[in-house]
Design a protein around this ligand. Structure first.
Ligand code: 13P
Length: 256
């Protein structure tokens, strides 16, 4: 089934008031591609200003706490993200799994907390270079996914998966077309096993060194339903050609 593509930008720890012009430029240009969903995941503190700057354009967060509220200094709840104007959030990015030592259990609790209040989720999974070189990438990613997926799909909020090989993030290296196809097929299989036909409707994004120059080929791979873009999402001049590449492959043949 061909799903509408989702191109998500992850600004990571980049973005000040002076960058809101870039948010406006991206939102304005994205209107030319109505067959692609576009979202910018900005630092939590910029969400409200970004959302106000571009009404109707989707703004997301980059993390969420698993509890509804309480004594968690410095953390942001799902309701706070919604209240600020976010429609979804990234959860389980490898930079947080590594630096903040987030476990699969913790990631799963965050996903459930977000979905339960109607905040969409882009759930990230991906293997290290050691695991890839050992030949265990598919098994490792499927196990990580199994441990991170919510028990039930509460409500209407979207759950999308992002496959981001850690060794491809910010390095300019990307897996082969065959490696991406193999991983996305395995992820699709797990989603169908867990959620039946709902698993067919979930978008699976690829992330890791997506650029205007490689986006078209990546989007033409079967079961690649979009991208999670880091560095190339910071400027409209880089990001919009990626959105255009997603628009161009809509309905085109896919590489199995
Ligand atoms: P880059 O596109 O900069 O490689 O980052 C990918 C990523 O981590 C997006 O979440």
């Amino acid at each position: 089934m061909a799903l509408k593509k989702l191109v998500a930008g992850n600004w990571k720890m980049h973005g000040l008031s002076s960058d809101l012009g870039e948010v406006r430029a991206i939102a304005a240009a994205a209107q030319d591609y109505p067959n692609v969903d576009v979202v910018l995941c900005v630092p939590a503190i910029l969400i409200e200003r970004a959302a106000r700057a571009v009404p109707g354009f989707a703004i997301g967060g980059q993390d969420v706490h698993s509890e509804e509220k309480g004594a968690h200094t410095g953390c942001t709840s799902a309701l706070m993200l919604l209240d600020a104007g976010a429609s979804l959030t990234i959860v389980g990015h490898s930079e947080r799994r590594e630096a903040q030592r987030e476990s699969d259990d913790e990631v799963k609790a965050k996903v459930e907390a977000a979905l339960s209040v109607g905040l969409g989720v882009i759930l990230c999974v991906g293997e290290s270079i050691e695991v890839r070189e050992r030949g265990d990438a598919v098994a490792a990613v499927v196990a990580q996914l199994e441990g991170s997926l919510p028990d039930t799909l509460a409500g209407e909020a979207e759950l999308a998966i992002a496959y981001e090989p850690i060794w491809a993030i910010g390095t300019g290296k990307i897996p082969t077309t065959g490696e991406i196809a193999e991983m996305h097929a395995a992820i699709r299989g797990k989603l169908k096993e867990r959620y039946g036909s709902d698993g067919d409707a979930m978008r699976i994004l690829y992330g890791g060194s997506v650029k205007p120059s490689n986006a078209g080929e990546i989007f033409s791979i079967a079961d690649v339903d979009g991208a999670l873009v880091g560095g190339a999402s910071l400027k409209a001049a880089d990001f919009i050609p990626i959105v255009a590449a997603a628009a161009a492959v809509e309905g085109a043949d896919t590489i199995a």
